[in-house]
Design a protein around this ligand. Structure first.
Ligand code: NAD
Ligand code: ZN
Ligand code: ZN
Length: 391
């Protein structure tokens, strides 16, 4: 089959790789019909090369049709249309039972002290081949895949794999209620979807980014947009009776603009034990916390900072004095997809498509165009916000 493979920093290629096969009774194989390109793929493309091997298959936002089932699969049949959550969870362990599917104790990647295995996320998260491919092996398919109806376009359901639950969790973790002010940092796919969810819930949204096309698209949704570079603290205070936002959602993560990652230091540090890595990271890349520090600055006292953006690598110092003094609540983590399913489904299934899922993707591309799509998404130099591959 054809698949998008990582070959080196900023080097992905579409190659022939062996077709996946059923390996466990709880596996299914799906023929992928749509597969998202995500900001999380860019961490692998740009920053986390130390964890990858040439040939690793990328992608963690797939949907498609079941073409083979393991002997223990009873709820899925060949031909079923499914969306596959980006995390692989068993549904039975203590963590899964407590709706912390990204911490699943069965698939947890113990050697790195990380949470549940993820599709297409290298040695960091279990080395499971990803879904930017023609076929995908889905482990623990007796729990993970979400069966969806025939009829509507793939895009109506596809974002259940990652973008929508990530945005949903980010907004829920922000703890906002109707009338509250939520600042969303970063108006990429995650930030924009979080803004859509929050607006839909009657929350006032202020959005921050630097890319004109992204600011413009969010503005048309009803977001009060601010360009990075303006005096954000002043602007937010003037919109919140001088108090600050009730919550800030960071949809940027560690590769914030204005804070070049000290790549060499990070690469070296990622191979060292923490005690050795920490001094290296503190001297070289404290700015990786740019977005988080901005969030801490914009939130009101007693407010909540909700992190959807990914932070990885060795520990960085936090603005602890301010976090303590402002009595902040920080909530974060990979999104637990199935946890939010019951809340999200009515909006996804509503024929009027209140979240605008069917028009969310800006680009649909054949798999073969992945190298160009990765480069354009990384450069953020045009109107490409969300790309969906159609293998
Ligand atoms: P993206 O790279 O398209 O979006 C990031 C946006 O932030 C860009 O529009 C960029 O211009 C903007 N930005 C950069 N620096 C900024 C700054 N200092 N202040 C404000 N905005 C700034 O990617 P995305 O797909 O939207 O993903 C966003 C983040 O969410 C990534 O870190 C991604 O890994 C993470 N993510 C987390 C989960 C989860 O489960 N928690 C799931 C998916 C994605
Ligand atoms: Zn994703
Ligand atoms: Zn589990």
């Amino acid at each position: 089959m054809r698949a998008v493979t990582w070959q080196g920093k900023r080097d992905v290629r579409v190659e022939d790789v062996p077709d996946p096969t059923i390996q466990e009774p709880t596996d299914v194989i799906i023929e992928v019909t749509s597969s998202g390109l995500c900001g999380s793929d860019l961490h692998l493309y740009e920053t986390l090369g130390a964890f990858l091997h040439p040939g690793d298959v990328l992608g963690h936002e797939p949907m498609g049709r079941v073409v083979a089932t393991g002997s223990a699969i009873t709820d899925l049949r060949v031909g079923d249309r499914v969306v596959v959550p980006f995390q692989i969870a068993c549904g039975r362990c203590w963590m899964c039972q407590h709706d912390l599917q990204t911490q699943c104790e069965t698939t947890q990647v113990r050697e790195h002290g990380m949470g549940a295995a993820l599709f297409g996320y290298t040695d960091l998260y279990g080395s499971v081949p990803g879904g930017q491919a023609e076929l995908l092996r889905v482990p623990h398919a007796d729990y993970g895949p979400i069966k969806v109806e025939d009829g509507p376009d793939d895009d109506r359901f596809l974002f259940l794999s990652d973008v929508l639950p990530t945005a949903w969790q980010g907004v829920r973790y922000a703890g906002v209620v109707p009338g509250d002010v939520l600042v969303v940092l970063g108006l990429g796919p995650i930030g924009e979807m979080a803004a859509r969810v929050a607006l839909q819930q009657g929350v006032r949204v202020i959005g921050v980014d630097r890319v004109p096309a992204r600011l413009e698209r969010s503005r048309t949704l009803g977001v009060d947009v601010l360009e990075l570079g303006s005096d954000l603290v002043e602007e937010v205070l003037s919109r919140t009776d001088g108090r600050g936002a009730d919550a800030v959602l960071d949809a940027v993560g560690m590769e914030a603009h204005g804070s070049p990652v000290a790549e060499v230091a990070q690469k070296v540090a990622s191979r060292l034990p923490d005690a050795l890595a920490r001094p290296l990271m503190t001297s070289a890349s404290t700015d990786r916390l740019e977005a988080l520090k901005t969030a801490v600055a914009l939130v009101r006292r007693g407010g909540t900072v909700s992190l959807s953006g990914v932070y990885a690598g060795a520990a960085d110092p936090l603005p602890m004095q301010t976090i303590f003094d402002k009595q902040l609540t920080l909530k974060m983590g990979q999104a637990n997809v199935r946890r939010w399913l019951e809340e999200m489904l009515p909006l996804v299934q509503d024929p009027s498509d209140p979240l605008g899922l069917e028009t969310f993707a800006t680009h649909h591309r054949p798999l073969e165009e992945a190298p160009a799509a990765y480069a354009a998404f990384q450069a953020k130099d045009d109107d490409m916000i969300k790309t969906v591959f159609r293998p």
